[in-house]
Design a protein around this ligand. Structure first.
Ligand code: DAH
Length: 339
């Protein structure tokens, strides 16, 4: 019996020593010390051993068990250390390696113009309004005094989804949306994307951006419109900027005008930015047509208003001397980096 126990101990120690990982160590533990393990079986069979031998055998088994348990704990520690060491060597960080370069982007010139214009108008007490790019023809045209049959509604100019739904061709849609839901006084600007079925060339794109402005209150006059746009032009383009208004026609304003600014590159002498004119056309504007006010449930006897709208690309191109609109949409980093 003693020999058997000594053998078990020898084999167990050997297996513990050879265990390469936590799994094989556990297998050894179960094999010798588990409920059905070899040592446990001997303890269970004590009844068959001669009375006088029992204390000695019992003592021996206990000693062996204590020894094996101790060795297993030791082996466990060694295995853990070994695994940690392996992990540390594998995951070694080379602090001398060059880091991955983080390319810092820049603000797109279109976003930049929108942000700058927003800031000026917020300073004048305006709120920012934003609305859907997929729009009802009713808001894009009807409510803006542009009834069926008007040339602006032509399928050649506008991208229709159904007969009644389209990609908005102007941010003026927001005039109707805001007036319908807000009691005057109203003072908003609305920057946004608009769509027209134009083919792409140096000055046209089927997708572009506009900023719309709308003021409605009692006693609003054309001089409020002129004063506001003058402050805007001089803040944005320089204090010495001159403005001039030319009569024009828009269905939703009466009277309507286009506003030019003196060329901020040549100061009016004539250069290639203003094409020798000394003036650059920048926006359309006018007094909100009484029909538009009434279409949006605003009493045109009590309230008047002015509106204006301009193309963001045109301003960005003029301001930064960009001669081809396509550059703004191609997203060539070499171009965009300059802003
Ligand atoms: N929506 C016009 C366009 O896309 C621009 C415009 C003209 C807006 C006159 C206005 C305005 O608010 O009063 O051509």
């Amino acid at each position: 019996m003693k020999e058997e126990i000594a053998n078990i101990e020898k084999n167990a120690l050997e297996e513990i020593k050879n265990a390469k990982d936590a799994n094989s160590l556990n297998e050894a533990r179960v094999k010798y010390l588990g409920k059905k393990g070899e040592l446990t079986t001997i303890l269970r069979g004590m009844g068959t051993i001669a009375q006088e031998e029992r204390p000695k055998i019992g003592e021996m088994v206990n000693r062996v068990r204590d020894n094996l348990e101790e060795k297993i704990v030791e082996a466990e520690k060694n295995i853990k250390n070994k695994e940690l060491l392996e992990k540390l060597t594998k995951e070694k960080i080379d602090v001398t390696m060059p880091s991955k370069k983080q390319e810092l982007g820049s603000i797109h010139p279109i976003t930049k113009v929108i942000d700058e214009v927003k800031e000026i108008f917020i300073g004048l007490g305006y709120k920012i309004a934003e609305g859907p790019e997929i729009e009802f023809a009713e808001y894009n045209f009807d409510k803006l005094n542009t009834p069926a049959g008007h040339p602006a509604r032509d399928i050649q100019d506008t991208m229709y989804i159904t007969d009644d739904i389209l990609l908005r061709s102007q941010t003026s849609t927001m005039q109707a949306r805001v007036m319908e839901n807000t009691k005057p006084p109203i003072k908003i600007i609305c920057p946004g994307t608009v769509y027209r079925s134009d083919s792409v060339d140096a000055t046209h794109s089927p997708v572009f951006h506009q900023i719309e402005g709308l003021v409605v209150d009692r006693h609003i006059t054309m001089s409020d419109l002129k004063g506001t746009l003058k402050v805007f032009a001089q803040t944005y383009l320089g204090e010495d900027t001159k403005i001039r208004f030319r009569p024009h026609h828009f269905p939703f304003t009466e009277p309507s005008a286009e506003m030019d600014v003196s060329c901020f590159v040549c100061k009016g002498k004539g250069c290639n930015v203003c094409k020798g004119e000394g003036w650059i056309e920048i926006l359309g504007c006018g007094m909100v047509h009484p029909n538009v006010l009434e279409n949006c449930n605003i009493n045109s006897k009590e309230y008047t208003g002015f509106a204006f709208g301009f193309g963001v690309e045109r301003i960005a191109m003029a301001k930064h001397g960009i001669d081809d609109m396509r550059l703004l949409f191609e997203n060539d980093v070499r171009f965009l980096k300059q802003f």
